[in-house]
Design a protein around this ligand. Structure first.
Ligand SMILES: CC(C)(COP(=O)(O)OP(=O)(O)OC[C@H]1O[C@@H](n2cnc3c(N)ncnc32)[C@H](O)[C@@H]1OP(=O)(O)O)[C@@H](O)C(=O)NCCC(=O)NCCS
Length: 179
């Protein structure tokens, strides 16, 4: 097979499909280390890359490693959160999490809320994020949701574009100033 690939015997489209075959599955407690790694990549590395230092200082936690661990444990406790993992072959390449919120006094209820959405850098731009979001959206629809929400930093321009590309409209602005 390897020789066939090198020799170009496989049609390009078939080769592309083999390389990009991604599956989406539910996360479980065995994924704790993977989720912790992804959570750190999203909330430490990516956040540092997109959030200006003076803004980061205003929302910093005292013991962020502990916060990350507690958050992942909460995600995996079951029940409240939907946790989906994207795998290329056996390699985890991204995750998305969310939950369903019910507000009986509102007309539009329940609603789906996206919590974390992340794809490893080397796998971005190939539709993995779209697959994850689509799978979460399907869960929200199954739960009877008529709409879904997601939030990100104003300075996270790539994510804002990705949300727009997937049909979201920006509807809220949060103001903050240091005192
Ligand atoms: C946001 C993210 C999950 C998208 O994953 P991905 O696998 O790259 O997404 P896809 O390849 O499915 O692209 C989805 C759409 O968004 C667009 N898009 C994605 N990243 C983009 C960027 N940085 N700039 C502009 N458009 C972008 C794509 O062009 C595509 O639109 P199209 O289908 O009209 O071409 C990924 O970029 C990521 O992990 N970013 C860092 C973490 C983050 O900011 N998460 C979101 C905030 S919680």
């Amino acid at each position: 097979m390897r020789e066939a690939v090198r020799g170009g015997a496989l049609p390009g489209a078939m080769l592309g499909r083999m390389q990009s075959a991604v599956t989406i599955r539910d996360g479980d407690p065995n994924d704790r280390a993977t989720l912790l790694e992804f959570h750190r990549a999203l909330y430490v590395d990516h956040q540092a890359a997109v959030l200006p230092a003076q803004e980061a200082a205003l929302v910093a936690y005292r013991d962020f490693e502990r916060v990350l661990r507690d958050d992942v444990d909460g995600l995996l406790r079951g029940g409240a959160h939907i946790v989906l993992i994207a795998e290329r072959g056996a390699e985890p390449v991204g995750y998305i999490t969310g939950h369903v919120e019910r507000e009986p006094l509102r007309v539009c209820t329940p609603k789906g809320v996206v919590e974390d959405w992340f794809v490893v850098e080397r796998a971005r731009g190939g539709g993995v994020g779209t697959r994850l979001l689509g799978a979460l959206e399907a869960r929200f629809r199954d739960a009877g949701c008529a709409m879904m929400e997601s939030a990100t930093w104003a300075s996270n321009r790539g994510a804002r574009e990705a949300h727009r590309a997937r049909g979201f409209t920006e509807i809220q602005v949060v103001f903050r100033k240091p005192l």
